[in-house]
Design a protein around this ligand. Structure first.
Ligand code: CA
Length: 234
C-alpha cells in the first residue's frame, strides 16, 4: 500500500480546522494544521504535504499572499477556502495558481471529494520537484534532468544525455505535439548539422528502453512528429 498522502490545513479557526482534519483523517490522509501563513511556509518544507487547504482570511499574510509565496517554489495542489461573507476573488485565486476553491460553510463530504479530485488531477500531470530540481514524474516513470537519471518501474535506466533530454522535453509538455524540426532545435540546437532522422533514431532507442504504459506513451503523430501522450488527462 502506498504511503498516506499528506494534507496541510492552513486555517486560524480551530474548530473548522479540526472538523476538516477529522473528515480527512477518516479518509486515511495524514493531516497537519497550522494557524497562519508563516507557519504554512515552514511546514511546507518540514511536513512535505501533497496538498494544501488554504484559508483566505488569516492573521498576518492572507491566503492570496501565501499562495503566491508557495508558487515561487512549488506547484503543489492548493485548494483555497473562503467564507461566504468574504468576497473571494476567484479569478485572482486561480491566477495566483490555486487549483480549486471552496466556500464556507461546506459539506465535509464535498471537501473530501474536492481534495480527491484535485489530487487525482495532479497525479497525471508532471510533478515539478519542490527543491527546484528539473524532474517529471508519471506512474512508473521519473525523469530527472538535474542529475540525468531515469527511473522506470523503480529501476534506473541508462541512456545517453540527448535521449534523456528528448524524453524530458516531451514528458514535461504532456500531450503537446512537436515536429521533428522543433525537437531538433530544442535538443540539439540550431547549429547542429544533423537532420530530422536524428530525432527518429533517438525516439526508436527510447522506445527500446521505455515501453508504453497504460497511463502514458511516447506516441508518433503521423505526418507531424511526436508527443508524450498522457491517457485519461482531462
Ligand atoms: Ca480565517
Amino acid at each position: 500500500m502506498a504511503a498516506k498522502q499528506k494534507i496541510l490545513i492552513v486555517e486560524d479557526e480551530q474548530t473548522i480546522a479540526e472538523l476538516i482534519q477529522l473528515h480527512l483523517s477518516k479518509e486515511c490522509y495524514d493531516v497537519k494544521i497550522v494557524p497562519d501563513g508563516e507557519q504554512a511556509l515552514q511546514e511546507f518544507h518540514l511536513f512535505h504535504p501533497n496538498l494544501i487547504l488554504l484559508d483566505l482570511m488569516l492573521p498576518g499574510m492572507d491566503g492570496y499572499q501565501v499562495c503566491r509565496e508557495i508558487r515561487h517554489f512549488s506547484d503543489i495542489p492548493i485548494i483555497m477556502i473562503s467564507a461566504k461573507d468574504e468576497t473571494f476573488d476567484k479569478v485572482l485565486g486561480l491566477e495566483l495558481g490555486a487549483d480549486d476553491y471552496i466556500i464556507k460553510p461546506f459539506e465535509p463530504k464535498e471537501l473530501v471529494a474536492r481534495v480527491r479530485a484535485v489530487l487525482r488531477r495532479f497525479q497525471i500531470r508532471p510533478n515539478t520537484a519542490s527543491n527546484g530540481e528539473k524532474c517529471v514524474t508519471y506512474t512508473d516513470l521519473t525523469i530527472n534532468l538535474t542529475n540525468y537519471s531515469v527511473t522506470y518501474y523503480d529501476q534506473p535506466v541508462e541512456m545517453p544525455p540527448k535521449e534523456l533530454e528528448l524524453l524530458y522535453f516531451l514528458a514535461s509538455s504532456p500531450n503537446q505535439v512537436f515536429t521533428r524540426e522543433q525537437l531538433l532545435d530544442h535538443i540539439w540546437g540550431y547549429e547542429y548539422m544533423g537532420d530530422t532522422r536524428t530525432v527518429d533514431v533517438h525516439i526508436k532507442r527510447l522506445r527500446g528502453k521505455i515501453k508504453d504504459h497504460q497511463d502514458w506513451a511516447l506516441a508518433t503523430v503521423w505526418g507531424i512528429g511526436y508527443k508524450f501522450e498522457v491517457k485519461g488527462k482531462p
